[in-house]
Design a protein around this ligand. Structure first.
Ligand code: SAM
Ligand code: GLN
Length: 277
């Protein structure tokens, strides 16, 4: 089959299924599966595509039509310039989390020991470890499958200044906690009752352990703050709906001041805790 026919069939499948961003999907799949860019799609319609590749392409289109997120279909996501394998065992890293990494690199380039709690694909840990090369990053997760993938991602990208630990919340850092200067986490923060109203492709495909923050969405934060020792710098991703509730939780915390920061969409997305001086 030539490229033009493959594109024609795929576009028809996507538009019949009512997929809105069909152009974006086809460009991404073409780049990921056929190693062709957008210009090739326009200029090289006559190009013959091997039957194995065209079958793979059509299967990928059908998975997208079925509602599967394109990053799982492709099997990777680029985060902060790092290519990460993603499977259904890990959350697909979000753009807001890249903003969190940017804030931390900007403010903590002189810090040495970091922890990324709930590392998932390893996104935050890999980005920090690569961009602050003199650092050591402890990356933890409660999910063994996530941790294995995070470790694989670090290795595949030649990043070796991360130590992976299976563990629960802040206590998972055990004896290493003392040496950690900066703690980062993008924990699950969706209220259980709101899970049903998430986009179908999130709800159906992404791991619940990465999303469900309990009845009020704050289970992780409550436990985290209960065991947080004094003197750390803390960067947490959060739900835009929880500034009041989180503000109340941290008002009981001794030795820290807090700041909420907005993401580029204008939503309060990050909470930063700094030791009071
Ligand atoms: N850090 C990744 C990112 O930003 O893309 C993944 C974030 S995902 C929202 C939350 C991650 O926390 C999941 O990988 C989940 O397995 C992990 N997790 C959930 N509860 C945890 C807990 N109590 N202790 C450690 N990790 C936890
Ligand atoms: N931002 C994610 C979403 O939109 C939620 C991630 C989280 O709970 N940390 O589904």
């Amino acid at each position: 089959m030539n490229l033009q026919d493959l594109i024609y069939i795929s576009r028809r499948k996507l538009s019949e299924a009512g997929i809105e961003n069909s152009r974006f999907v086809m460009v991404a799949l073409s780049r990921g599966i056929l190693s062709l860019n957008e210009a090739d799609l326009i200029l090289n319609g006559e190009k013959e595509i091997e039957s194995e590749l065209s079958a793979k392409y059509i299967e990928a289109v059908e998975r997208v039509v079925g509602g599967e997120p394109i990053d799982y279909v492709l099997g990777f996501r680029d985060f902060f310039g790092i290519r990460l394998e993603v499977t259904r065992n890990v959350l697909i890293p979000r753009n807001e989390t890249e903003e969190l990494v940017e804030i931390i690199i900007d403010e903590e380039k002189n810090s040495r020991v970091f922890a990324d709690i709930g590392t998932g694909s390893g996104a935050i840990a890999c980005a920090l470890a690569r961009n602050i090369p003199s650092s050591l990053v402890f990356a933890t997760d409660i999910s063994k499958d996530a941790l294995m993938l995070a470790e694989k991602n670090a290795r595949a990208n030649g990043i070796f200044n991360i130590r992976f630990i299976k563990g629960d919340n802040i206590s998972g850092l055990s004896d290493f906690l003392d040496s950690v200067e900066v703690i980062v986490s993008n924990p699950p923060y969706i209220r259980t009752a709101d899970i049903d109203s998430l986009d179908m492709n999130v709800r159906k495909y992404e791991p619940m352990v990465a999303l469900d923050g309990g009845r009020d969405g704050l289970d992780f934060y409550r436990e985290f703050l209960e065991y947080l020792p004094t003197g750390k710098k803390v960067y947490l991703e959060m739900s835009q709906y929880e500034t009041a509730a989180l503000g109340k939780l941290v008002s009981d915390l001794n030795g820290y001041s807090h700041e909420f920061r907005k993401d580029l969409s204008g939503n309060y997305r990050f909470m930063i805790l700094r030791p009071e001086i």
